[in-house]
Design a protein around this ligand. Structure first.
Ligand code: FAD
Length: 312
């Protein structure tokens, strides 16, 4: 874990960044600079999404490999089951293993665009839990394994209790941590955490935080993920919807307030920012929360516990 850094204050909340795979090798190249720059803010790790359908899987594994073994960033690789027979799963895992990557977010994946209902491929897995079980069996404790969760439900499953039951199955198959779908309503999230804990799920919960960069993308993403928008968000953002700068400033204030509430709830010690491969909005939120390093931070180039390696 070459550039895995430790702040002297071990109670200070930590954070990480998600990047998605650009469509071209040139785009990947451009992303490296941004990743390296953003790493100067001392995230605990970064993660790289997996393109459902495996279409960009070569780019994903290349990006993970370079990020981990060349740039020396603690990296988490997303991996999905969509169109991935076990031979391709093996290939991806082996490449991650060889690069020194030790963190996998194991997902089922969505159906490829225009493919209709999700179906397992021949020789592939049906659920994320099958992938978790497989990685654990094949690689023992080499990989720390995360799984996805949906505080406001999943489009294919309307029952909240069933979703928590399925989440428990993924943990029981060997997962170490949970990363959630984005949300804007802290109260819904906190109540969901309570129910997760009541169900006997004790691994760290990492909230997925989506910055607000424009009014249109804010509304589109909320609609896409079918998540509740609190009244306060609409009341403050709608009147300034045509001014991107104001939307970003007010959005930063709203998201920072939400994050602070999550941290205060005691369920969360780490924030995972969906950067959408952009720098500014995520950095503004971290700045507002006082989580960016300052000169007094004793930052060392040594190993620190990742959120899922700390005792809760
Ligand atoms: P699962 O947990 O396997 O669930 C899939 C469906 O099956 C759900 O509807 C669930 O309710 C149901 N189910 C689960 N277990 C059972 C069971 N035992 N019996 C019956 N039904 C069951 N997608 C990508 O393509 N690439 C990414 O990089 C990516 N990253 C993501 C990161 C995060 C943090 C999140 C929250 C999602 C991400 N996704 C990504 C989207 C994800 O792949 C989809 O939401 C997908 O539809 C579900 O994946 P899952 O791993 O949660 O699946």
């Amino acid at each position: 874990l070459q550039r895995h850094r430790e702040s002297e204050d071990s109670t200070k909340p930590t954070f990480s960044f998600e990047f998605f795979v650009p469509k071209t090798s040139q785009g990947v190249q451009n992303l490296y600079d941004r990743m390296d720059r953003m790493y100067q803010t001392h995230p605990q790790f970064i993660d790289i999404t997996w393109n459902a359908g495996g279409r960009l899987s070569q780019l994903s594994t290349d990006l993970v490999s370079t990020s981990q073994s060349v740039l020396g960033l603690e990296t988490c690789m997303h991996l999905t089951c969509t169109n991935m027979p076990v031979e391709l799963i093996d290939e991806a895992l082996e490449k991650a293993y060889v690069s020194g990557c030790q963190n996998i977010l194991a997902l089922r994946g969505d159906a490829p665009i225009n493919a209709g209902e999700w179906k397992p491929c021949d020789g592939g897995f049906s659920y994320a839990k099958d992938l978790v079980r497989y990685i654990r069996k094949k690689y023992g404790d080499h990989f720390d394994i995360g799984v996805a969760a949906y505080p406001e439900g999943h489009p294919e499953e309307s029952g909240d209790d069933m979703l928590i039951e399925y989440l428990k199955e993924k943990i029981d198959c060997g997962a170490d941590f949970i990363v959630t779908q984005m949300f804007y309503d802290a109260d819904i999230f906190i109540d969901w955490c309570r129910r997760v804990r009541e169900a006997g799920i004790n691994v760290p919960i990492i909230p997925g935080i989506m910055p607000i960069t424009s009014f249109a993308s804010f509304m589109r993403r909320a609609d896409w993920c079918q998540i509740h928008i609190p009244e306060e968000f609409l009341a403050k953002l709608e009147p300034v919807k045509d001014d991107d700068q104001l939307v970003r400033d007010i959005g930063t204030e709203l998201i920072s307030g939400m994050c602070q509430k999550l941290l205060d709830s005691g369920y969360v010690t780490h924030l995972h920012l969906y950067t959408m491969n952009l720098e500014k909005a995520s950095i503004m939120i971290l700045d507002r929360l006082g989580l960016l390093p300052d000169e007094s931070d004793n930052v060392q180039d040594n190993v620190m516990p990742l959120p899922w390696r700390k005792s809760l």
